[in-house]
Design a protein around this ligand. Structure first.
Ligand code: SF4
Length: 473
């Protein structure tokens, strides 16, 4: 039975409720009066339920879809301005005992190179990432309780935070590792992680069991209830996501929103981020053998409908997507993107030899971080390297309440400008620096109040003189 408050996966991601939602959306996808009402409701910027948002996703009335896209764009502007937060993945280990049929790290793959970074190798990779300009990492690893232990993760996090190289520092470490226990989540929290990320892959239980035939990940309930345990362990920023292409996208969309509704109902705070990866080719994985792939138009509509349904939740797109696709969806709701990424275990400090490839998926957007930053600024976006909320304790419901009231803008905009300035001084090419300096000069006048503006101007001047104070709002 559907119960948003229940701690059981099959109650809060209830199959019958999703089927009824999809039937309701089909019945109403041409119901212009209802769609108008939903758009009006969404304009209040308090989000929509999974049923309501599913009607908008199913709608194929051209005029209404244009309104949906316009509204998503406006909501994105209202909550996130023109800032885009930058991050990079760091793969620690691709040892894995699971049998996921869409991932080349599955245990039966005997020819992919298997690697686990030592603490010294992590140091070298992190220095290479700092030299690119990154301040925020997402750690990635397969599931292998013997090799990829909690002690290994805790040591790795500690190593990463301890590296200070030139003006570089990793200020926020997010982590994407297998579902685990409340006690382990507590340890991750104590180690200072930012967001705990775990993709559901698919909410459709029957498909899930087939796609995960072996290994601990086969346990649908344990995986689906992981965020509840993470929150019980004190992690208040969690990141959810679906691997689009595994099952029908409308089913996944409803499941994703039901998951967000459940976290909000049970813990008073929804997910910090939602990721929208699409299935990609990789090593022994041929994405064309999966029949539920979605085209770029559908992908854009999905992003827009997620933005409207959960206006306060950050949305992430990775280098799985091309420059063209990223450009198309940025203004519809994306708030974080990766740049200069490697999806191999190691590979930032020196490229992997062809005989030792360990990538999880083929990177499509292969540009450097400098190129991505420059491209964003040429489109009028402010690439942000800010990690202040995490360091100021603005996480979980504290972050969400500031976000819902719109006050978060007072922090984000100045912090984005100051961290961008640091990036321009330390890492940017002359072309990127020139474009960035001109952008900052213009954007500083959009800092909300006069006092804050003068503080920002003073800090920009100090950064220009290489006199850093790590000032943040
Ligand atoms: S998706 Fe994760 S759990 Fe599954 S095989 Fe890949 S690394 Fe292992």
């Amino acid at each position: 039975m559907y119960d948003v408050h229940s701690k059981h996966a099959e109650d809060f991601i209830n199959h019958e409720e999703i089927l009824e939602t999809l039937a309701y959306a089909d019945e109403n996808k041409h119901n212009a009066a209802l769609i108008d009402t939903l758009i009006e409701k969404a304009k209040k910027r308090k989000g929509l339920s999974h049923r309501e948002a599913s009607v908008l996703l199913a709608c194929d009335l051209k005029e209404k879809n244009e309104e949906i896209f316009r509204l998503a764009e406006q909501i994105k502007k209202d909550f996130y301005g023109n800032r885009i937060v930058m991050f990079a993945p760091l793969y620690l280990s691709n040892y894995c005992i699971n049998g996921c049929t869409y991932c080349p790290y599955h245990a039966k793959n005997k020819h992919i190179a298997r690697k686990q970074l030592t603490q010294e190798e992590i140091r070298r990779e992190v220095i290479a990432l700092q030299d690119m300009g990154h301040k925020r990492l997402a750690l990635e690893a397969g599931e292998d309780p013997i090799r990829n232990t909690m002690d290994y993760y805790l040591d790795s996090i500690n190593t990463i935070y301890s590296i200070k190289h030139k003006n570089g520092a990793i200020r926020r470490v997010n982590i994407n590792i297998a579902a685990t226990t409340v006690d382990n989540y507590r340890l991750l929290k104590e180690a200072g992680i930012g967001t705990y990320i775990l993709f559901q892959e698919t909410y459709h239980k029957e498909s899930y069991l087939k796609l995960h035939p072996t290994g601990p990940k086969h346990d649908y309930a344990y995986h689906t209830e992981a965020m509840d345990r993470a929150m019980e362990g004190g992690i208040d920023d969690v990141g959810i996501g679906v691997l689009f292409g595994l099952d029908k996208y409308r089913y996944e969309f409803a499941g994703l929103l039901m998951h967000a509704e459940h976290l909000e109902a049970a813990f008073g705070v929804g997910p910090h981020t939602i990721s929208v990866p699409r299935l990609r080719d990789a090593d022994d994985i041929d994405s064309s053998s999966f029949k539920n792939g979605i085209d770029d138009d559908t992908f854009a509509k999905l992003v827009a409908c997620i933005r409207i349904a959960v206006p306060y939740t950050g949305m992430i797109i990775s280098t799985r997507e091309s420059q063209k696709t990223r450009e198309r969806v940025l203004h519809l709701g994306i708030s974080q993107i990766s740049g200069g990424s490697r999806t191999s275990v190691g590979g930032y400090c020196e490229p992997e030899p062809d005989t030792e490839k360990s990538e999880q998926f083929d990177v499509v957007d292969t540009r450097t971080l400098d190129e991505v930053v420059c491209w964003l600024m040429e489109m009028g976006y402010i690439p942000s390297f800010c990690t202040a909320c995490y360091r100021e304790g603005r996480t979980g419901d504290r972050f969400m309440s500031l976000c819902k009231s719109g006050q978060i803008q007072n922090c984000c905009h100045p912090n984005a400008l100051m961290t961008l300035k640091e990036y321009l001084m330390d890492y940017a090419s002359p072309k990127t620096k020139a474009i960035g300096d001109a952008l900052i000069e213009k954007e500083v006048f959009n800092v909300p109040n006069e006092k804050a503006r003068s503080v920002v101007l003073e800090n920009l001047r100090l950064i220009e003189q290489d006199n850093r104070r790590d000032f943040r709002f």
